[in-house]
Every structure is written in structure tokens, then in C-alpha cells.
Write a protein that binds this ligand. Structure first.
Ligand code: GLN
Length: 539
């Protein structure tokens, strides 16, 4: 049977609860345990798939095709394990499954109540995460802040879970803020005290408190929190502000957090294997060069909307000891007649068009893509970024002036990107995209093949529209190369332009598989091409 760590948050949001949970998981993995992670989000959407990226940041996609909170991206990048459908549970998912069961008659006449029906459903999801992953330790993060109305039933389920499993199998980590007051120049423990009291009111006594503070706590503050929180002083783990999030697991390690957890679980404490993470940190803190990449999107006012893309670029940069500086370009601004593209991209050594939905800003992205193609600037297109590249090529190279995607123009005569037959009958927007892992066969002798150095790959998808095969021959006759195809469905997965130093675009999202310690092949070669382009310019 697995052991369970629950990470809750107090005082306010944005304290880095996700990074705390990921760091704990990383450290337990470094002790040789198989870990798995889960996030509870207390909102009523079934999943974030239908939410605006501006509201909620990026939608992360798991290999098995679930649309999830962006924190799962942090989890996968930290623990380098593939998560699954049990990893992101929302109130919406819980309620809709209980109501579905009620309609089916599964409850045999019972009155359906928050406790026990909703709380049981939540507990089942925790057990399910343990059984599907076969992990030794499951780490579950609870979204929101303790005391929120939304998360109260989730907290109640956790209280019951501890009752069922006992202290030797469950452990509560509570993250709080210890603010520093200028003027009196002191740290204040009251918000932390109150937040622990709030947690106790819900029947949960934390075992570990992680304190976010701008400076060291010092012995007396630590003792005070310990006393008021009924927690041994060594179980107060300091999360002092850092410049680099990769530092956090190492800071926790110094304070023996994994030992405290393993001892409570009665599990063996062996030596940690953290050398690879220390190497990463070393690299990140000693980057030598810098290269600028333009990211052309329509949600650029919120960097989190492109979180995994950003992280994947950074990770590729680490390999070349280079800092990737992102030039955030709002695609709509490029549509303005007065905008000088040369000026916008003047320092950019690569242009990336990421995923997106809807028609706003599309023409600006097409202009950016054209600029990259014509000026031989390295280009990476992701999902919508591939569709854009196909449209641009059809319009400006093949002369199909009205080429477009069915998504932007329903009555388009030349939809080079179109709906597949099976997507045409779909009415519901939620969960009906082409999602998760699909196979892709790579063509020998292409850039894609060189990057991956293998024939068969699996990559994650999140889109509705596809390359329209009716135009394939025509586009190929003008020099576009289809270098990756889904074999069974004959869907175009990767395109490239051989008469360009580096022009490649994929229908899938490579960013979801990138890790800080293992850059994704497509990002690796793109950033490398940008660095080479920069060196060429200097000569
Ligand atoms: N909007 C496009 C589609 O649905 C692309 C989606 C994406 O970029 N994730 O096919």
C-alpha cells in the first residue's frame, strides 16, 4: 500500500505550493522511492480545457490525453515521471461523476450528500492515483487556500483519509507566509499561526509547516511557530525566497524534509542521489551566452499562458550554456500597418509560433512566419504554429491567395487546414479535441529524423484541425516536406522546409515532454540553430 503526502496552502495564494509539492516528490524519488503526483483544483470546471489561458495560464496535457492545470507541468519537469488521468481532480469532475452515478441508479435509493458521497468520491481518486501509478508515495497538492469555501469538501475528505490510513501512512505539509515588516524590521508569525488554526478547525493537524519568507527565520521565530502550531521545531522547513526555483529542492534537502517524511512513514532512509540536480543548478547559474527568441502569440500579456514552451526553450539553452531571452511579441500588433517587422525581430535569432485557438491575431502570426521563412531565420511552429506555416506557404509560395483554416473561415474555399470527418459531428467543446499521445513515423533524411534519431516517436496533441491531405501533393511539389506522419490515420504531424537553415513545425506539442535536465529534440535543435544563426551574423 502507498503512503500519502498532502500539501495544503495557507495565508494567500502564490506561495509556491506547486514547487513545494514537486520538490518533496523529487527528494523522495532521489531516495529511491517511486513517486506520483496529483493536484486537486477546487473549481467547478470539469477540467481547465475550456478556460481562457489568460485566466488560468497554459493547459498542460498528459500522455493519456487529459487537459490539466499548469502545475502538472512543474510536476513532470521536476520528477520526470508521466502523470495520468488521476493527476488533476477538480470539484467539477467529482460532482459530475457523482451526479452521473446518481442518474444511473448506482446509489440504490440513497439521499446523495456532500458527506459521504462527494467526500468518498474524492478519497477514491486518491486511492486510484496510488493503484494506477503503483507508486510508493503519492503527493497530492490541494489548490487554493485553507478556509476557501470551494475547497472545504476536499479538506474534509483529507481529514477522513487520515482517519482511515493513520499517521504512519499520511502526512500533511502546510505552506504559509511569514511576512517581513519594514519599519519595525521583523518577521511576523501571526498569519502562519492563524492559518494553522484554520486548518485545525477543519480537523487537520499539519505534520510539517513550510514557511515562505524573504529572510532566514531565526531560532526564536521558528520556536514560536513550532509552539503555536504544535509542531516539532525541526519540522518547520524554511522556503526562503530564491532567484532560481531549482534551488528549492536542495534547500529543503539541507533541512532533511525527506528524512522527516520517511521516518513518519516508517520507511528506510537511504542516501540521496541528487548529483544530477546539483549539476543542473550549477549550469543554470553559470550560463555564458545569451540568445533571443521571439515568441509570437496572442496571450503574451500572461507569460504563464506559454509556461511549458518557455521552460522548454530555457532547458534547451542550458545544454548550450546559453540563456534564452524571450522577445514576447503580441501577434495582433504585427497586423498594424505601421509596425516594422524588421524592428520587432531585430535582435531575435529564432521565431517561434506556439499553439492557440480562434482567429484573433492569426494574420500577425502568418506575417511573422513569412518573415522567418523569407529572411532565413530559424522557425519553430507548434500546433497552431504548424497550421500557420502551412497556410503561409500555401498563400505565398504556392499562390493560393485565400488559403486558410476552417477554424478561422468556415466557408473557406481553400482550407489547407480543415476538420476531420469525425470532428465535424462534435457539438461539445470540452474534452473533444485530439488529445494526448499519438504515434508519428519520421521520414529518413529529414531534419526531424536527424533531431530525434529514430523512426517512431510518440508526442502529445491538443487540437481539432488537421493538415488537409488534398493539398499535400501541391505543397510538396513546391518544396514543403512532410517529415512526420501518423501512420494509421495518415495525418501530417511534422512539416519542414529543406531550402531554409532551420524551418520545422509540428502538429503536436513537444514542450510537454521537455525536462530541465533533458531538453526536447525539437527545442534542442531550434535553440542550437538560433545560436548558430547568431554566430553567423557576428562574423
Ligand atoms: N486551434 C488549432 C486547432 O484546434 C490549434 C490548436 C493548438 O494550437 N493547440 O487545431
Amino acid at each position: 500500500m502507498a503512503k500519502f503526502v498532502f500539501v495544503t496552502g495557507g495565508v494567500c495564494s502564490g506561495l509556491g505550493k506547486g514547487i513545494t509539492a514537486s520538490s518533496i516528490a523529487l527528494l523522495l524519488k532521489a531516495k529511491g522511492y517511486k513517486v506520483f503526483m496529483q493536484k486537486f483544483d477546487p473549481y467547478m470546471n470539469v477540467d481547465p480545457g475550456t478556460m481562457s489561458p489568460i485566466q488560468h495560464g497554459e493547459v498542460f496535457v498528459t500522455a493519456d490525453g487529459c487537459e490539466t492545470d499548469l502545475d502538472l507541468g512543474h510536476y513532470e519537469r521536476f520528477i520526470d515521471e508521466e502523470l495520468n488521468y488521476t493527476s488533476n481532480i477538480t470539484n467539477g469532475k467529482i460532482y459530475s461523476s457523482v451526479i452521473e452515478k446518481e442518474r444511473r441508479g448506482d446509489y440504490l435509493g440513497a439521499t446523495i450528500q456532500i458527506v459521504p458521497h462527494i467526500s468518498n468520491e474524492i478519497k477514491n481518486k486518491i486511492y486510484e492515483a496510488a493503484t494506477t501509478s503503483k507508486a510508493d508515495i503519492v503527493i497530492t497538492e490541494i489548490g487554493g487556500t485553507v478556509g476557501d469555501i470551494e475547497s472545504s469538501v476536499m479538506m474534509e475528505a483529507l481529514r477522513q483519509f487520515r482517519l482511515e490510513q493513520g499517521r504512519e501512512n499520511t502526512l500533511f505539509v502546510h505552506t504559509t507566509l511569514v511576512p517581513y515588516l519594514f519599519g519595525s524590521n521583523e518577521l511576523k508569525t501571526k498569519p502562519t499561526q492563524n492559518s494553522i488554526i484554520e486548518l485545525r478547525r477543519l480537523g487537520i493537524q499539519p505534520d510539517i509547516v513550510v514557511t515562505r519568507a524573504p529572510v532566514d527565520l531565526g531560532e526564536s521565530i521558528r520556536k514560536k511557530i513550532a509552539l503555536f502550531g504544535s509542531i516539532p521545531a525541526e519540522n518547520i522547513i524554511e522556503a526562503k525566497d530564491v532567484n532560481n526555483i531549482y534551488q528549492i529542492p536542495l534547500n529543503f534537502h539541507k533541512q532533511n524534509i525527506e528524512e522527516i517524511i520517511l521516518k513518519q512513514f516508517g520507511l528506510k532512509v537511504s542516501k540521496s542521489n541528487l548529483a544530477y540536480w546539483e549539476d543542473l543548478l550549477q549550469k543554470v547559474e553559470n550560463l555564458k551566452g545569451e540568445v533571443e527568441i521571439a515568441l509570437v502569440g496572442k496571450y503574451v500579456e500572461l507569460e504563464d499562458a506559454y509556461l511549458s514552451v518557455k521552460e522548454a526553450l530555457k532547458a534547451a539553452g542550458y545544454k548550450y550554456e546559453t540563456k534564452v531571452k524571450i522577445n514576447w511579441v503580441d501577434s495582433e500588433t504585427l497586423e498594424n500597418k505601421d509596425t516594422d517587422l524588421k524592428e520587432v525581430f531585430k535582435n531575435s535569432k529564432g521565431i517561434l509560433v506556439p499553439g492557440g485557438f480562434g482567429s484573433r491575431g492569426i494574420e500577425g502570426k502568418i506575417l511573422a512566419c513569412q518573415y522567418a521563412r523569407e529572411n532565413k531565420i530559424p522557425y519553430l511552429g507548434i500546433c497552431l504554429g504548424m497550421q500557420i506555416a502551412v497556410i503561409e506557404f500555401a498563400r505565398n509560395v504556392c499562390g493560393i491567395k485565400d488559403a486558410s483554416s476552417r477554424e478561422f473561415n468556415e466557408v473557406c474555399k481553400n482550407a489547407v487546414i480543415d476538420l476531420m470527418v469525425d470532428q465535424k459531428s462534435i457539438v461539445n467543446k470540452g474534452g473533444t479535441l485530439r488529445l494526448g499521445n499519438y504515434e508519428c513515423q519520421l521520414k529518413k533524411g529529414t531534419l526531424a529524423y536527424k533531431d530525434y534519431n529514430t523512426e517512431t516517436i510518440f508526442e502529445r496533441h491538443r487540437h481539432r484541425y488537421e493538415f488537409n491531405n488534398e493539398y499535400r501533393e501541391l505543397l510538396e511539389s513546391h518544396g514543403l516536406v512532410v517529415s512526420g506522419v501518423h501512420p494509421a490515420l495518415n495525418l501530417v504531424e511534422i512539416i519542414e522546409l529543406p531550402d531554409h537553415p532551420h524551418f520545422i513545425a509540428s502538429q503536436f506539442h513537444p514542450e510537454f515532454k521537455s525536462r530541465p535536465t533533458k531538453p526536447h529534440p525539437l527545442f534542442d535543435s531550434f535553440v542550437h540553430a538560433a545560436i548558430k544563426y547568431q554566430e553567423g551574423k557576428k562574423k
